[in-house]
Design a protein around this ligand. Structure first.
Ligand code: NAD
Ligand code: ZN
Ligand code: ZN
Length: 337
C-alpha cells in the first residue's frame, strides 16, 4: 500500500510502498478514504515535543474509511462500517480516568500516528473499541477534520463551561480554530476571533464571528475596547499568544491551552491570576462520546468544515503550506485518488 513515512526525526516524509498491516486481536483494518493534516503531525515529524514518536512513523490521526477486516475477538459486524481513527488510538478502560469518563487522560494510552502508525496511508489498523462510527449524513472528507480539530475544540469549550452571556475568544483560526469558533457560537457565547492572516480573519467573519482582532496590531487595546473576554481557547502553538490571551481575561476568566508549542514554557503572572480568579486549563483532544457528538452536530448541518483536498504525494509541500498559515483552514489527503 501507499503510505507517507517519517524515516527519521526532522527528515522529509517519503512516499513508500509498504505491506498492508494485519489487524491483531481487538483491532480492525480500515481502508482509508480521507485523512486530515493536523499541525500535530508536523510537530511529530520534527520531534518537537518532550515525548518523541515512534520511528519510522506513518503519521495521521484524522483518518476515515471503511472497515475491511476484523482481527480476533472483534465482532465481524464491524466489517463494512465507516469509522474514524482518532488520536486516542486506545485507552485501557480500567484506570480511574477511563472509568471516570476521562479516557483522554488514560494512564496507558496509545496515540494514533504517534505511538502507533496512523492514516497517511491507504490502510491503517485501529482498535475496534476506540474507532468511532461516522454517521451517513457526514462525508468522509468532512469527518476527517472533525476527528481531531473538531473534537479537540468542542471539548476545549466544554471544559471552559461557556455561558450564553459570556464572550469567548478563539486564538488562531486554522484547522482547530475555525471549528472552535463555530462551537463557541453553538454554546451561545459572543465570539472574538484572533489571527495574524487576513484570509483567516475574513474566514472568521464568514463563519459568523462577532468580532475579529488582528494579532499583528495592538491586540491588548483592541480586546480591552471590546470589554475583555471571559474565556480564551488558544490553538496557536505559541507561549506569547497564550500569555496575551491570559492578559485579556476578565475576572473568573478561563484560559484553555490547546496549542502545543515546541517551546514548552509559559510564564504567567501570579498576582493577576489570583486577583482575577483566573483558571488555566490544559485540554487534550476529546473522548469517543465527544467525537460522536461532533459528528451528530455536523450531520444536523450546524458546523461547516472548511478544507482543501490534497494528494498524499504532496505531503511535504502541505506541511510548508500549514506552517505558512495560508491554508483555508484544513488540508485533507484524498486516499481514494
Ligand atoms: P494550524 O496551523 O492549522 O492553525 C494555527 C493558526 O494560528 C493559523 O490560522 C495561523 O495563522 C494562526 N496564528 C499563528 N500565529 C498566531 C498568533 N500569534 N496569533 C494568532 N493566530 C496565530 O494548526 P492546527 O492544526 O489548528 O493546530 C494548532 C495547534 O494545536 C498545534 O500546536 C497542534 O499540535 C495543537 N493540537 C492540540 C490538540 C490537543 O488536544 N490539545 C489537538 C490537536 C492539535
Ligand atoms: Zn490533531
Ligand atoms: Zn485508562
Amino acid at each position: 500500500m501507499r503510505a507517507a513515512v517519517v524515516p527519521a526525526i526532522g527528515a522529509p516524509l517519503e512516499i513508500r510502498d509498504v505491506p498492508v498491516p494485519e489487524p491483531g486481536p481487538g483491532q480492525v483494518l480500515v481502508r482509508i478514504e480521507a485523512s486530515g493534516l493536523c499541525h500535530t503531525d508536523i510537530h511529530a515529524a520534527r520531534g518537537e515535543w518532550p515525548v518523541k514518536p515512534m520511528i519510522p512513523l506513518i503519521p495521521g490521526h484524522e483518518g476515515v474509511g471503511r472497515v475491511v477486516k476484523a482481527g480476533a475477538d472483534v465482532d465481524p459486524v464491524m466489517v463494512g462500517q465507516r469509522v474514524a481513527l482518532p488520536w486516542l488510538g486506545r485507552a485501557c478502560g480500567t484506570c480511574r480516568y477511563c472509568v471516570g469518563g476521562w479516557e483522554t487522560y488514560c494512564t496507558a494510552p496509545q496515540y494514533t500516528g504517534y505511538t502507533m502508525d496512523g492514516s497517511y496511508a491507504e490502510y491503517a489498523v485501529g482498535y475496534a473499541s476506540h474507532v468511532v462510527r461516522v454517521p451517513d449524513g457526514v462525508s468522509s472528507f468532512d469527518a476527517a477534520p472533525l476527528t481531531c480539530a473538531g473534537v479537540t475544540t468542542y471539548k476545549a469549550l466544554k471544559v471552559a463551561r461557556p455561558q450564553p452571556t459570556e464572550t469567548a475568544m478563539i486564538v488562531g483560526i486554522g484547522g482547530l480554530g475555525h471549528l472552535a469558533l463555530q462551537y463557541a457560537r453553538i454554546f451561545g457565547t459572543t465570539t472574538v476571533a484572533v489571527d495574524v492572516e487576513d484570509e483567516k480573519l475574513d474566514l472568521a467573519k464568514q463563519l459568523g464571528a462577532d468580532h475579529v482582532v488582528d494579532a499583528r496590531g495592538d491586540q491588548a487595546a483592541n480586546l480591552a475596547r471590546l470589554g475583555g473576554v471571559d474565556l480564551a481557547v488558544v490553538t496557536v502553538p505559541s507561549p506569547a499568544a497564550m500569555h496575551a490571551a491570559h492578559a485579556s481575561l476578565n475576572p473568573n476568566g478561563r484560559l484553555v491551552i490547546v496549542g502545543l508549542p515546541a517551546d514548552n514554557t509559559l510564564q504567567l503572572p501570579v498576582f493577576e491570576t489570583v486577583l482575577k480568579g483566573i483558571s488555566v486549563i490544559g485540554s487534550l483532544v476529546g473522548t469517543r462520546n465527544d467525537l460522536a457528538e461532533c459528528f451528530a452536530l455536523h450531520a444536523q448541518g450546524r458546523t461547516k468544515v472548511v478544507a482543501r483536498s490534497r494528494r498524499l504525494e504532496e505531503v511535504n509541500d502541505c506541511f510548508e503550506e500549514v506552517l505558512a498559515g495560508t491554508v483555508p483552514a484544513r488540508l485533507v489527503f484524498d486516499l481514494t485518488a
